[in-house]
Design a protein around this ligand. Structure first.
Ligand SMILES: Nc1nc2c(ncn2[C@@H]2O[C@H](COP(=O)(O)OP(=O)(O)OP(=O)(O)O)[C@@H](O)[C@H]2O)c(=O)[nH]1
Length: 342
């Protein structure tokens, strides 16, 4: 059952925002510096920057169209990897490309997160070290001191970014776990673990299109007397047992809740009235025949129930009112019985 957005969905939205922020700002930079490079007589550098500009625009459009932006993040990080390596190895405009390579490679980690970012960074350092120290004719000629400083400062920067990303993800996971457990506490009954009224409301909202369903209200008979005769703890064990029996007879997609003190609500989907009556009879027999132990004696407890249907023509409140009426006519006519609204 889905109550609100999951941490993965929130992280996906964060990445989408980052992609849009980068593509917005990055495309302006790429366009401006691409144009300047061409005007300054560096057509190769200019075309690479324009190529990246086009790729960033395409990735940003794709990120708008798809739900899971992970593939776009990976492509964008790869593009940043290549652009940063290019600026570093070719030197950009008169050796200034190295300054840009720091910020571009830093973005690469933010876009994919610490795990994949760590792999990208490791590869980035290894590959670029080989080219920088390898004295290849196509790379910018840094001095030995410059080369070692570039690699050392890059490693320092990456360790800092990775550490801050790990801390961010760690705190975020702790907050998500706490908020998830608060959400569960707000929507479930602590004694039985079933949904409470608030949980039912959320579950019905999550279903969006309400399919036809059968709505059943169950109420334990003479529960006050049970509490008074055998104690509150015994009463609690009866409540828990009934919830277990109900759960053992229902499906994952159904909504099962503790609706009040000794009252239970069942909303059964993908079924009809007759099979639902059969199902309630089974629950009723299992419960009635369950031997609750008290001071060596075996106690039998019963419940009464009211059934109504829920479909697009009837609102939830109307259906529950009808089931409630039927529940009370079951109580009035002697208890330990189920009455359905026809
Ligand atoms: N042990 C226990 N008792 C509860 C809990 N919540 C409500 N109750 C008790 O449930 C009893 C409900 O009593 P009534 O509403 O008079 O209903 P009843 O005695 O079952 O009578 P009928 O419904 O007419 O058969 C009250 O005594 C409540 O104190 C709970 O969590 N644990």
């Amino acid at each position: 059952m889905n109550f609100g957005r999951t941490p993965e969905e929130i992280e996906n939205e964060r990445k989408r925002l980052l992609i849009h922020a980068f593509s917005g700002l990055g495309s302006i930079f790429l366009f401006v510096f691409g144009s300047l490079s061409i005007l300054d007589g560096r057509p190769f550098l200019g075309s690479v920057l324009f190529g990246c500009f086009g790729a960033v625009i395409v990735l940003s459009i794709v990120a708008r169209k798809i739900n899971n932006v992970q593939p776009v993040s990976l492509f964008l990080a790869l593009l940043l990897f290549l652009l940063s390596s290019f600026l570093l190895l070719r030197g950009g405009a008169s050796g200034t490309g190295v300054y840009w390579s720091y910020s571009v490679s830093m973005l690469m980690v933010l876009v994919v997160g610490p795990k994949t970012g760590g792999i990208y960074m490791g590869l980035y350092i290894i590959i670029n070290s080989i080219f920088i120290f390898g004295n290849f004719s196509f790379t910018y000629q840094y001095s030995g001191l410059e080369s070692s400083r570039i690699i050392a400062t890059s490693i320092t920067l990456y360790v800092l970014i990775l550490a801050s990303e790990w801390i961010r993800i760690g705190s975020y996971s702790a907050i998500s776990r706490t908020s998830e457990s608060h959400r569960n506490m707000a929507s479930t009954d602590s004694l039985t673990g079933l949904l409470n009224r608030h949980g039912v409301k959320e579950a019905l909202e999550a279903k969006k299109i309400l399919q036809p369903a059968v709505l059943i209200l169950l109420d334990i008979d003479n529960f006050k007397k049970i509490n008074d005769s055998y104690g509150h703890d015994f009463g609690d064990s009866v409540l828990v047992k009934l919830s277990e029996i109900i759960m053992s007879h229902t499906k994952g997609g159904d909504i099962i809740a503790r609706w009040g003190g000794e009252e239970y609500l069942l909303i059964l989907f993908d079924t009809e009235l007759d099979p639902s009556k059969v199902l309630v009879s089974k629950i009723k027999n299992d419960f009635k025949n369950y031997p609750f132990e008290w001071e060596g004696a075996s106690i039998s407890v019963t419940f009464s129930g009211g059934i109504s249907t829920l479909n697009s023509n009837s609102s939830f409140t109307q259906s529950i009112t009808l089931a409630d009426k039927k529940l009370y006519s079951a109580k009035d006519s002697g208890r330990d019985r189920i009455v359905a609204y026809l």
